[in-house]
Design a binder for this molecule. Sequence first.
Ligand SMILES: C[S@@+](CC[C@H](N)C(=O)[O-])C[C@H]1O[C@@H](n2cnc3c(N)ncnc32)[C@H](O)[C@@H]1O
Length: 461
Amino acid sequence: MKESSFSQISHLIAGQTGLLLREQDDALLRQVVAGRMKARHLSDVEQYARLLASDAGILSEREELVVSLTTGESYFFRDSGQHALMREKIMPELIERRQKERSLRIWCAACAAGEEAYSLAILLDELMEDQSQWNILILGTDINHHLIERAQRGIYTEWSFRGMSRELRQRYFEQHKDTWVLNDRIRRRVTFQRGDLLGDVFPDRASQLYDMDLILCRNVFIYMAPRAVSLIVDKFTETLLEGGILITGHGELYAHTLGGLRARVCPESIVYQKAESPALCQWQTTPVETSHPEPFLPGVLAPVPVAAEETGETGETGETGEAGEAGEAGEAEISEMTQAWQYANQGRRELAEKACRAMIARNSLEAEPYYLMALLAQERGDFPQARELLKKVIYLDHSFVAAYLDLGDLYARAGEGDRAIKMRTTARDLLKRWPGDQPLKFYGVSTADKVLQYAENLLHQ
Ligand SMILES: C[S@@+](CC[C@H](N)C(=O)[O-])C[C@H]1O[C@@H](n2cnc3c(N)ncnc32)[C@H](O)[C@@H]1O
């Protein structure tokens, strides 16, 4: 395939599927395109491009392309921390809140072969004795219709149980030769249907996608470009009830606009709640009364510009605030930095970048402008640049916890596990030295303790 044709088709596929296609995916993409053209009996890549550009063509091709370019890997009780959070805080709170209506609506979006949705059904079975008096929907959807059919059958092999205790498996499954069959009572509690997160319109009553108390969408956004993620997050927000919760995989909404959702940092995970009023968030483990009045900069760990004295930075060096030239210069810097954060929060990214560049031109040893630029680069989907900028932040300030954690996420996302661990370990070690009950710069209202638990959790997942 000619380079120009490949580049054209690659752009088209990225646009039509929402997938993030990086240079290292080129070989796979070439293979997939060749396979699809063969399946469609097309010899000319231009014909395939025309098919993808047509409404009818993309409807069927999107599933094929997404299935070929992502993985349907899943297992029961994947991420023990998030399941503990659901069992101990989120579910009890939702049950309490919906006691009057006796109704719960849960959606596992991109549920693969059903392990995640059934894990929730089992979790609820353990938690609720009076389920028969409730109206409970657990809905699993996935773009891959083969996986949906497997989910409906409820038959699994050993490999799906690597996150589940033998005892629990014994209680809910029956062994048949080398497979495990889910008991019928639990199987009937979950409804599965095919669904395309990008192409489908929701909320939608006809397909049950409305008024959700909880949406789980884990390990999906890692495959997607920022624009697609934002689109889907907006649709999720509309599909949630007020007070409803969205759970994604760790770090998956990092540097994304949260719109009507609020990020809550819990020790086990960050989750997102649709809440106009902070008072609704009763289950949260962090206080809300100090939440920032500005919309947060895109990003889970919403960075709030905090004056230097609040962070104890000056205290560490011993150069405490003697009023004078240094103090005034510091204040001017803070206000320009704050302005840059505000531009970013308002979506005026060019102005935010411009402000950062101006600060860097005057003082190239200041780490924070580079950090904001790194977040903006992530938001554009320019991860190589984000990496470089975060490395620069760390070079300038060895104690910049947020930069270590962000870089760790970028490495994890790129499958560079060892490097991710190294970054997260450094962040954890730094956090251990922080006063645990103090808010941590760039982490909104969360204390250093909470962020430490989060870092520990990332290291143990
Ligand atoms: C790695 S699996 C995650 C399964 C499960 N959520 C978990 O965390 O274990 C990713 C799933 O996302 C699905 N997927 C990818 N893009 C999708 C889309 N646009 N709409 C619906 N499902 C999609 C894939 O088919 C795949 O089953």
